[in-house]
Write a protein of this length. Structure first.
Length: 173
């Protein structure tokens, strides 16, 4: 039972993180806005949220897919902390002999809420995309972008836009 209870130190760290929560939330939402421009999105916007078991802070939105695809497919973008991933994509990537470093990452994915539902879809949107749990997933180390916040934002948005084009072309193929 004691393992389930946070320590004073844990609560202090969590409180410090909450102070910057709105900035991170706005950052992730802005990534999704960039990703969805020009894609066949549908429905209402899904706000950024955290998943502690996956080690992610992400936002997603349903898209319209080709008729040969299953329903309920979404696109998403966010921040991935692989060292916190307890059963999301990291183990599958590493099982496929793709080393995943501990550093935080920016990611984009095309996914279905049910694992395996995209298994019949062949190919990938681009060469640096992976297929964990049959989803389409790509990422880049956060550290590969500029240390200057404004430059970093521009670089991340450019990377997201490149991934959007790859997704759009893939859906139209």
């Amino acid at each position: 039972m004691a393992q389930e209870q946070p320590t004073t130190h844990d609560l202090t760290l969590f409180g410090a993180a909450l102070e910057n929560f709105s900035q991170v939330e706005a950052f992730v939402n802005a990534m999704l806005y960039r990703l969805e421009e020009g894609l066949p999105v549908r429905s209402k916007y899904d706000y950024a949220s955290a998943s502690s078991s996956a080690g992610i802070f992400s936002a997603g939105r349903p898209i319209t897919t080709p008729s040969s695809w299953p329903d309920n497919v979404s696109v998403g973008a966010g921040i991935w902390y692989p060292h916190l991933d307890r059963g999301w994509y990291r183990s599958e990537l590493e099982d496929a002999k793709h080393f995943v470093s501990e550093t935080p990452k920016i990611f984009v994915h095309v996914y279905h809420k049910v694992d395996g539902e995209l298994g019949d879809i062949g190919g990938k949107p681009g060469p640096d995309w992976h297929r964990p749990v049959t989803d389409f997933f790509t990422y880049i180390d956060f550290a590969s972008f500029s240390n200057d916040p404004d430059e970093r934002a521009t670089e991340i948005h450019s990377w997201i836009e490149k991934k959007r084009v790859e997704i759009k072309d893939f859906l139209q193929a």
